[in-house]
Design a protein around this ligand. Sequence first.
Ligand code: SF4
Length: 353
Amino acid sequence: MSVKKFTALAATALKSNVTELSRPYKLNFAITYWCQSRCMTCNIWQLKPKGELSLDEIRAFAKENNYFKWLELTGGEPFLRNDIVEIAKAFAENSKDLYVLTMPTNSLCGRQMVLDKLEKILELGIPKVSITVSLDGYRELHDKIRGIPGNYDKAISMFKDLMELRKRHKNLYFVFGYTMSTFNQGQLIKTIEEVKKDIPEIRYNDFHLNLGQVSSNYYGNSDIEVKGAPEIISKEIAEYIKGRSFEPGVIPQIESVFLKKLLYYTKTGEMPMTSRSLEASLFMDSHGFVYPSIMWDKKIGNIREHDYKLSDIWSSDMAKETRKEIKQGKEPKQWTACEAYQSITGNLLSFIR
Ligand code: SF4
């Protein structure tokens, strides 16, 4: 079952190297913009959204678009949705080849509630369920950036809980998600060393790096200087790469390319390769608006106006025009995990040229 689903994902990703895909295989879906954090890097927490997609609407969407192989359920804080298990189930039941489900958490929801829900999600038959526990610094720094005293300790407890849960569920994967920004630049290695005091077995590989990004449609943070100094951040990415150990497998190799290209992007501000947005993947917000990518404030359509079917939006003139713009390099420059993996696996020829 797992091999079949992996093969289906790998085959589609490989196909994207030689032909334009007729439909996306990855969905980045913000299921809610509610968030109880107070991050300095992001303004989502200030939103009080109304009229977000209901469970029935999400079920209708999952039924109408039953071809996803990779699903990211993000937020806000996704575990604030009481129906997160049912949402994951709707996709798992309809997208028969769903291989990966990824979800972030800020560790601020009730600990047992998250673990109970996660355990139910782990039993849905999805071969890889990956949780990213947000951690942007050592104790004082993380709590300052996140604006919540005690958040660091909750993130550490969450990670330890996941270590226990993994003993019962081999399809569970987890990392700390570290967002590098103006507010923590130069503090990555110190953070890893501090975390080691609480979790002695922690490795560099247990951290996933992201750059602080500006996005008016998603983070709503155009007014915040999040990016930090490229020379400081690129230095710490290089140091981090040196500290990682080799891991076999396809996903660790892609992560390794992701990091090298992250270093390039940080130093130059240039896209490391052509994006596969609106071809391999899309971003959908909690109101059903479809965008090419999480960072591009360009609405292509709304699934509520198309009976929850993506096909009309996907083949619209607007979508075609946007794909042309992407090929012409007009998409905002970005290198985020939400989009980079599809770009890497869809540009394999660039590695052998
Ligand atoms: S970065 Fe995440 S946790 Fe922080 S405010 Fe934004 S959505 Fe919430």
